[in-house]
Design a protein around this ligand. Structure first.
Ligand SMILES: Cc1ncc(COP(=O)(O)O)c(C=O)c1O
Length: 410
């Protein structure tokens, strides 16, 4: 495929997918191709006004009464229901607040309490560091042994000792999408519960939490949900586990009668039992406004667009930069919403691309990660990205000593 072919194909695909082009629902700088929505989603239209109103009118004018008059108190569950529409959870099973790390810690303790007679947590070795650290930490606290298996090996490693299987739905480096229905069913057959990290799938593809009988799940609000930097995370607890859900952080917000100021904790009924402390209201309201960017669209619509974009980007990178070693699966069923490739100069490539307005990111040791947030990207954007990539390499811009790893934060 030549770059001229790419232009023609992009134009045809953009025409075909015009109904799901939601670019005008986002505020992105002109001239930027933003391929980092799997790290920090773009700013949706309406969020600045929502935050301004939350600060000036709600906090500034209506003060503490806003907990009732502006629905602050119910926001963790209300926004949880809005997230639920994107991950296939019926209302009343998701609570929003705190970080993914905290939600994961809470969910793993709850999983241990659901399977008190079992002693193994099964996970994969390459998951995002916070998952590895939290799993190891909770294992020490509850007396679990951590066992590692690749996703393909999980089925064979399930046994009567396994209390919980903890996995990321989409691999943060390669973008590989795991078989959530199959792994969940196999874990259940072996008597284990599953805890899924949805950071790289929520808002990008269908998850089907209820449909596939998932037990517990967590995820962040700042990637494909576009809730903004440090947006609150969410935790899903299937309704059938509410009564037995043990909250390891029994803060006063999850009490059955929080304003009774009782001296002894008694968990609230329903998902409110998973609440912890006072919710981060400004970020929560920003996330709520951000989720409106999905109005009128189903997650299946998003997935159809995303698959077309990632398929196209994969082909474009392969055509234009044949030396790049693609690591994101070719098969649609196995690919999340990103295209990643390995290159010895990956860090310099990401920096040089960003200097030209094509923003992706680098993951150690050698991965260029191009996130595809379908609502605000077009196939034409991806041609620009692929062409710029070729140009950067041809001109050696990625070898610029200014891209010294010494100055790197991420
Ligand atoms: C798979 C996964 N889990 C968890 C996190 C982050 O957790 P937290 O929201 O606590 O920073 C990330 C962040 O990129 C992630 O990719």
């Amino acid at each position: 495929m030549t770059t001229d072919d790419l232009d023609a194909r992009a134009a045809a695909l953009d025409a075909q997918h015009a109904a799901t082009d939601l670019r005008d629902r986002f505020l992105l700088p002109d001239g930027v191709v933003y391929l980092d929505g799997n790290s920090l989603g773009a700013l949706p239209v309406g969020v600045p006004e929502a935050v301004e109103s939350a600060v000036r009118e709600q906090w500034g004018r209506d003060l503490i009464g806003s907990w009732n008059t502006h629905g602050w108190w119910d926001a963790p569950e209300r926004v949880g229901d809005a997230v639920g529409r994107l991950v296939g959870a019926a209302p009343g099973q998701i609570v929003v607040g705190d970080s993914t790390s905290v939600r994961l810690h809470q969910s793993l303790h709850a999983a241990a309490a659901l399977r008190p007679d079992r002693s193994v947590v099964l996970t994969e070795p390459g998951s995002f560091p916070t998952d590895q650290y939290v799993i190891a930490g909770v294992a020490t606290q509850v007396g679990w042994r951590v066992e590692h298996a690749t996703p393909a090996e999980i089925g064979a490693r399930l046994g009567s000792e396994v209390a919980a299987v903890v996995l990321s739905h989409v691999d943060y480096r390669t973008g590989e999408l795991l078989d959530l229905p199959g792994i969940t069913a196999a874990a259940h057959d072996a008597g284990a519960v599953v805890v899924w990290d949805l950071c790289h799938s929520a808002g990008a593809l269908p998850v089907g939490l209820d449909e596939h009988d998932v037990d517990l799940a967590v995820g962040c609000g700042y990637k494909y949900l576009n809730g903004g930097p440090g947006a609150p995370a969410y935790g899903y607890v299937a309704a059938r586990h509410h009564a037995a859900f043990v909250n390891v952080v029994p803060g006063w917000n999850g009490h059955a009668e929080p304003f009774a100021m009782a001296g002894v904790y008694r968990g609230a009924p329903g998902i409110a039992r998973a609440r912890i402390g006072t919710p981060p209201m400004l970020s929560l309201l920003a996330l709520e406004a951000a989720l409106r960017a999905f109005d009128g669209l189903t997650i299946d619509d998003v997935r159809v667009r995303s698959l077309s974009l990632t398929r196209f980007l994969r082909d474009a990178v392969a055509a234009v930069v044949p030396e790049a070693a693609l690591v994101s699966p070719e098969v649609d069923r196995l690919r999340g919403s990103q295209v990643a490739f390995r290159h010895p100069d990956a860090y310099g490539i990401v920096q040089a691309l960003a200097a030209r307005g094509v923003v992706g990111d680098f993951r150690t040791p050698d991965i260029v990660r191009l996130g595809v947030a379908a609502p605000y990207l077009t196939h034409a954007d991806l041609v620009t990205a692929a062409r710029t990539l070729r140009d950067v390499l041809d001109r050696g811009e990625h070898l610029n000593p200014a891209w010294s790893r010494r100055n790197v934060v991420t």
